[in-house]
Design a protein around this ligand. Structure first.
Ligand SMILES: Cc1cc2nc3c(=O)[nH]c(=O)nc-3n(C[C@H](O)[C@H](O)[C@H](O)COP(=O)(O)OP(=O)(O)OC[C@H]3O[C@@H](n4cnc5c(N)ncnc54)[C@H](O)[C@@H]3O)c2cc1C
Length: 480
């Protein structure tokens, strides 16, 4: 069994930042004999960072706490001390010190100047190594336990003697074992499991007495009714097929999510017509059980998953949360938010007369003239999908339909393609000034494994960096 003073499980954004902060804090505090070890199950660390920001990695943004905090869910307060201790200026300064130049783009978002997410990973790996941390990759932790009084007496189990009470015992899938006096769990959430994030930390936290707030995918595609072929949509079949029922998820997060529709379920004819449309500057309103819940304005994408893009993602948290709890959800898209309905009605009426009096349209059927009308009001790629999705419509009711394009939401794309996992280790049980557990001394949490999730725009990585930095720094200071 290998002993290290501090062990971090998970070499993602939070874990690598925690490792670098712990190593740096130990050496600046003169504690050069203490050791820090990082365990990562994938062959290389930072796999998820590589796919962030479409391969460009939006690593943070320039927002100060009073603005930043409005984008953190379910409540921002548990993050405040970590953020103020290591804010976005500190993050960019940290990366600068480790050889990564950054640039500020539209929306105050910060990216690596190279435009390459891999450079963020390389900078973190350099920081970890310069901080004197030992990193083991390909090292999948299979169990975590805190030594009890019995373990301390059980000299047979330990090749190198008795295990002091309160130490953490870590077993890996390949048979390696580790122990430590300070443990940081930074195993991420459940999203994009192929990157290594399969929710392992939840089960260990729960076994050590922590509450796991119900997990669900967020920043994910919402699937309108009739968008996917219905035979495969929703229900346990699609959920099982996507692997939602893995042992960790089953035991620690508890369930198959009602409303999950796997990304791979094929599109219906309507979905195929709408897929690929990126519409700019529209309004989107979310209704849960008939009540208006949220209204957003901006860009919306129809993809092979369903409704996505900035405003689709913005409503996804509340939408998924309602669906998994058995509620009904619908949305209304306002395709002409800059025009009042009455003005739009007048415009449509005059366009309709123009089309009717155009000699080229003489003898054309109503449906063909209606199609011409639509093509004057919408891009042709969208017009076809809109026409198919909105039944029983004529030119008199078109203004209402364009201002209030209603869709029932049948479900959502799950962890296989959601950007983030909402829910996780309850922040009520974490000391916000150190990230240490209130229940288990010496145990710390950082990153997405916590019940903290942010909107798109660099909020999630900043949260991982802030909590990781504070956890690493606190664990090191606690050793002194
Ligand atoms: C497609 C996509 C795009 C995104 N884009 C952005 C963006 O541009 N900006 C932004 O702010 N956020 C973005 N995010 C969110 C952001 O990537 C995450 O919130 C962040 O990476 C979480 O960091 P973490 O360290 O907590 O978890 P992770 O990055 O998931 O790291 C956890 C690590 O733990 C390891 N691990 C898990 N279990 C074990 C085990 N049993 N033993 C050993 N190791 C284990 C995993 O292999 C993994 O490396 C994006 C997410 C996705 C999926």
């Amino acid at each position: 069994m290998e002993y290290s003073d501090i062990i971090i499980i998970g070499g993602g954004a939070a874990g690598m930042m925690a490792a670098a902060a712990a190593g740096d804090a130990l050496s600046s505090g003169g504690n050069i004999s203490a050791s820090v070890t990082l365990l990562e199950k994938m062959p290389r660390p930072g796999r998820k960072i590589m796919i962030t920001g479409k391969g460009r990695c939006n690593l943070t943004n320039t927002r100060k706490w009073n603005e930043f905090s409005g984008h953190i869910h379910p409540k921002a307060n548990p993050l405040k001390a970590a953020f103020l201790n290591f804010d976005s200026e500190a993050v960019t300064e940290f990366f600068g010190r480790h050889g990564l130049e950054t640039v500020i783009e539209r929306g105050e978002r910060i990216f690596p100047a190279s435009g390459r997410a891999v450079d963020v990973v390389d900078a973190l790996v350099r920081a970890v190594s310069e901080a004197g941390v030992t990193m083991h990759t390909g090292c999948e932790v299979s169990s975590v336990k805190r030594a009890s009084a019995t373990d301390s007496e059980d000299t047979d189990r330990m090749s190198d003697g008795a295990m002091p009470e309160g130490r953490f015992l870590i077993e890996c899938r390949d048979g390696r074992t580790f122990s430590c006096s300070r443990l940081i769990i930074a195993t991420g959430g459940l999203s994009y499991p192929a990157t290594g994030s399969t929710g392992d930390g939840y089960a260990w936290a729960r076994d050590m007495g922590h509450t796991i707030k119900r997990c669900f995918p967020s920043l994910t595609a919402l699937v309108p009714e009739n968008y996917k072929i219905s035979s495969a949509a929703s229900g346990p079949r699609s959920a099982d097929a996507s692997g939602l029922r893995t042992s960790n998820m089953g035991s620690a997060t508890g369930d198959i999510l009602k409303g999950h529709i796997d990304r791979s379920v094929p599109l219906s004819e309507t979905g195929a017509l709408l897929n690929g449309n990126h519409i700019k500057n529209v309004g989107l309103t979310l209704y849960a059980d008939g009540k208006l819940i949220q209204t957003e304005f901006g860009d919306l994408d129809f993809t092979d998953g369903g409704l996505e893009g900035p405003i689709g993602f913005r409503i996804s948290r509340k939408c998924v949360n309602t669906l998994i709890n058995g509620g009904r959800v619908s949305v209304s898209i306002d395709l002409k938010p800059a025009v009042e309905k009455e003005a739009l009605e007048r415009r449509i009426s005059s366009l309709w007369q123009e089309i009717a009096s155009d000699g080229r349209n003489r003898g054309k059927k109503y449906e063909d003239r209606f199609r011409i009308l639509l093509s004057r009001l919408l891009p042709s790629s969208l017009a076809a999908g809109f026409r198919r999705s909105v039944r029983n419509i004529d030119h008199k009711r078109l203004a209402s339909a364009l201002k209030d394009w209603k869709m029932d939401i049948r479900g959502f794309v799950g962890y296989e393609r959601s950007v983030i996992t909402a829910g996780g280790v309850s922040t009520d049980e974490i000391k916000p000034k150190t990230m240490e557990s209130r229940l288990v001394p010496g145990l710390y949490f950082a990153g997405e494994v916590l019940d903290l999730d942010g909107d798109t725009g660099g909020y999630n990585l900043q949260t991982a960096f802030s909590t990781g930095f504070l956890a690493g720094q606190s664990a090191a200071e606690d050793l002194a």
